[in-house]
Design a protein around this ligand. Structure first.
Ligand code: NI
Length: 257
């Protein structure tokens, strides 16, 4: 069984098909999908989908792109809804210095505030870090005592060397369609990820894996990510399915609410 740990079904390319996608998950070997918010509206949408569909769970938070819109009302909404039993984590939060859609000091501030929020409500955090691994480490380090509920690096794109730094915080790592691309990260990065910390995701509708590049990504294509990891590691795909499933369960369903 597989869990797609990162999806954006609320995107206009997928929202009209959520019923069909939810109905057919099992047929594709998936148990569930985690719908990830990136601002107040999309977090509300994630909670709505989680309420409507048994096999969809919600992750709520403000993405670094949207950090400039993070305000007291947004924060209050996240705190109030963290106790919803289908809200699994605060995310996706972090730093994105590639697009710089919010000022970097605002990104850092909003990232830190949401780490503190997640600690207060007792949930893991899901991180989006792009071209900002150094600053991310600095902020995690400053919040070392607030990371006890778990940290997931979504779409890990750092180096093998950087993994050692993140391992200090017992981070988990999710791999998606990007590992199937021609210019994909080196196999040594995938080999360096601790097996008991590895998850899979689609990040759909983005990051469509080869050979479906150019089409809209969707949860069932996470199977291609599982296949790719298995082939790089030279193991049966069933092994990757089972370790990523167990890791996802351990990280997100640790506490019975
Ligand atoms: Ni995402």
């Amino acid at each position: 069984m597989i869990i797609d740990s990162h999806a954006h079904l609320s995107d206009e390319r997928l929202i009209g098909r959520v019923g069909e996608i939810s109905d057919s998950l099992l047929l594709s070997g998936l148990e569930s999908v985690f719908e990830v918010g990136f601002d107040l509206q999309s977090s509300k949408s994630a909670i709505r989908l989680a309420r409507e569909y048994d096999n969809i769970y919600a992750i709520i938070g403000t993405h670094p792109h949207e950090a400039k819109y993070y305000d007291a009302q947004t924060e209050e909404f996240y705190i109030q809804n963290a106790c919803n039993k289908k809200v699994l984590a605060i995310g996706e939060i972090g730093l994105d210095y590639f697009y710089d859609k919010s000022d970097r000091d605002v990104q850092r501030d909003v990232f830190a505030r949401q780490i503190q929020l997640a600690d207060k409500v007792g949930l893991p955090i899901v991180l989006h870090i792009r071209d900002a691994y150094g600053d991310a480490i600095e902020i995690l380090d400053a919040h070392r005592d607030k990371l006890n509920h778990g940290v997931l690096l979504h779409c890990y794109s750092g180096s093998a060397e950087m993994i050692k730094q993140f391992n200090k915080y017992n981070c988990y790592y999710a791999l998606g369609g990007a590992i199937t691309f021609k210019n994909a990260k080196k196999d040594d990065v995938i080999m360096a990820l601790p097996e008991d910390r590895l998850l899979v995701e689609t990040d759909c509708p983005y990051m469509t894996p080869v050979p479906y590049r150019g089409q809209t990504n969707e949860p069932k294509l996470v199977n291609l990510v599982v296949d790719k990891i298995a082939s790089i590691k030279g193991v049966e795909r069933e092994k990757i399915e089972s370790i990523t499933y167990e890791n996802t369960k351990r990280l997100f369903f640790k506490y019975c609410k």
